[in-house]
Write a protein that binds this ligand. Structure first.
Ligand code: MG
Ligand code: MG
Length: 233
């Protein structure tokens, strides 16, 4: 999983460099497909439950699961790029929210708080703790700063399959939930809204109820004897 994680990390760095005004998300999807298949890996999203792309490309108020399309990115938007791959049977899953050109100060802060909340969660990923410790850390970090924590989508265990038990919500009670043990690998992925936590879902669609922007930051994280190791960073 270290190997699959490293390939995905590099793929996301490669894609981040291509994100600018005028580029279509379909084009980014092609770059991702070519990158992954030329690194002895398989895109895990493509065809998953019928999903049509190698990446999820979710712009502004779209929380997750945006379909790559011919629509071109515009200056000032934020793009959440979520991608997954399989290398020698092992999965990796990670997401970044990227600025398209210059973005507003409030969007920049949303992206920054979302990213930092992931690290607050990782601090709690330790042997002897409970899964709820991670959830609680993410939730309190974001809510105390006035942001909405998405409830309808959660993180997950990952290994041979992209989505394994346990679910990893970004909200919950410290001291509750499954015990955290060495050998666990989790996709920890805060999805954080500038406004209300509520979302609208319809099939693949997942958008904020109030139309305000949402950010996503995800890594595949292993719990080792030496502590949490982020495999996709
Ligand atoms: Mg993902
Ligand atoms: Mg995930």
């Amino acid at each position: 999983m270290r190997r699959s994680g490293a390939i995905l990390r590099d793929c996301l760095l490669y894609l981040a460099d291509k994100v600018k005004p005028g580029v279509s998300t379909k084009k980014l999807d092609e770059f991702a497909y070519n990158y992954i298949t030329s690194h002895d890996s398989k895109p895990s999203f493509l065809g998953y439950g019928g999903f049509p792309g190698t990446i999820c490309a979710s712009i502004d108020e779209v929380v997750v699961h945006g379909f790559p399309s011919a629509r071109r990115l515009k200056e000032g938007e934020i793009l959440s790029l979520d991608c997954g791959l399989i290398y020698q049977g092992w999965q990796a899953d990670a997401a970044r929210t990227l600025a398209v050109g210059e973005i507003s100060e409030e969007k920049r802060r949303l992206v920054e708080v979302t990213k930092q909340s992931f690290f607050e969660g990782v601090k709690q990923f330790k042997a002897g703790g409970r899964l709820g410790d991670i959830s609680h850390a993410v939730q309190t970090y974001c809510e105390s700063r006035g942001y909405g924590v998405v409830r309808s989508m959660v993180g997950h265990g990952i290994g041979r399959e992209m989505h394994e038990d346990p679910s990893v919500p970004n909200f919950g009670k410290a001291g509750h939930g499954p015990k955290l043990e060495v050998g666990m690998v989790l996709a920890i992925e805060p999805m954080i809204n500038m406004g209300t936590w509520q979302t609208l879902e319809d099939g693949w669609k997942c958008e904020t109820l109030d139309g305000k922007p949402s950010a996503h930051y995800e890594n595949t994280v292993a719990l080792t004897e030496r502590g949490a190791e982020i495999l996709t960073l």
